[in-house]
Design a protein around this ligand. Structure first.
Ligand code: SAM
Length: 291
């Protein structure tokens, strides 16, 4: 199958042929390094019995590698100008389909059921547009699509926050949310030189392995996430202060102090020191207490 798209020469050839100009507002930074692509695809553990969903194929650099590794690939691209380019670059790959649309607007569950029916193991593999990294990841996780892995290139700073452990400066509500739904791992750090144009931030590939079951028992997921967000609202305040500010009325302070004591959680701790298990116990206790 032809030469790789993701070389500097071939990429420039394609861009020139179509007179394509990058749109910064769409987070267009294309990969021009086949080694990085091979590593991303390897991290996704694909084979011909599995399928991949790509978000933002660009001119198809990663898409063609996915087409070679997976049984079937669906790639969602928002930029209409890329469609004729993709039609040409991906022509050799009959198992690849490009869908025009905004991934944040699409019904992904319906898309997977429609386009990847018959595949039990589907992974999201992408070099994400950085301006919408977090909304895309939260959509993929919260909709509980039955995915195997999410392997995506994102800003290194966001990758560090996703994989952060309690008590570290990067640990926050994004860490808890991601780790609630998945096992997280920074698979590799990537230099800016592998993209054109070069992004202004450092990049990394994060690998999320979706959990079949949450790591902790949570009675009310919406409340759990409200508690987590409240506890991180003001990082320099104590757990008690953040809980009081975010979730309770002044008159309930004694009850909240008592509840924390019963849980053996020091009210003077900072929210960022609580692990997922402690947040779960806290949220479950708040719910059962009818506070
Ligand atoms: N996969 C290509 C590569 O690695 O060379 C391109 C990656 S580029 C960082 C991000 C791609 O996502 C662009 O092609 C951009 O047009 C597309 N994109 C941006 N916002 C999108 C959205 N909301 N839905 C779908 N695609 C989007």
């Amino acid at each position: 199958v032809g030469k790789d798209i993701a070389t500097p020469t071939r990429t420039r050839e394609i861009l020139e042929k179509y007179g394509f100009s990058f749109k910064k507002s769409l987070g267009q930074n294309f990969l021009i390094d086949t080694n990085i692509l091979h590593n991303i695809v390897a991290a996704a553990e694909l084979d011909k019995g599995k399928a991949a969903l790509e978000i933002g194929p660009g001119i198809g650099a990663l898409t063609e590698q996915l087409g070679r590794a997976a049984g079937r690939v669906v790639a969602v691209e928002i930029d209409q100008r890329l469609l004729p380019i993709l039609a040409e670059t991906l022509a050799p790959y009959e198992n690849v389909e490009v869908v025009h649309g905004d991934v944040l607007e699409l019904d992904l569950r319906a898309l997977l059921a429609d386009k990847l029916a018959g595949y039990e193991q589907v992974s999201v593999v992408a070099n994400l547009p950085y301006y919408v990294t977090t909304p895309i990841l939260m959509k993929l996780l919260e909709e509980r699509l039955s995915l195997e892995h999410i392997v995506v290139m994102i800003q290194k700073e966001v990758a560090d926050r996703i994989a952060a452990k309690p008590g570290t400066k990067d640990y926050g509500s994004l860490s808890v949310a991601a780790q609630f739904f998945a096992e997280t791992e920074v698979a590799m750090v990537v230099p800016a030189s592998v993209f054109i144009p070069r992004p202004n931030v450092d990049s990394a590939v994060i690998k999320l392995t979706i959990r079949k079951q949450p790591p902790v028992e949570v009675d009310d997921e919406a409340l759990f996430f409200r508690v987590v967000r409240a506890c991180f609202a003001q990082r320099r305040k104590t757990l008690l202060n953040n809980l009081m500010n975010g979730l309770f009325d002044k008159t309930q302070k004694d009850d909240v102090v008592r509840l924390l004591a019963e849980l053996g959680i020091d009210p003077g701790r900072r929210g960022e020191t609580l692990g997922i298990e402690e947040f779960a116990r806290l949220a479950n206790a708040i719910r059962r207490s009818n506070l």
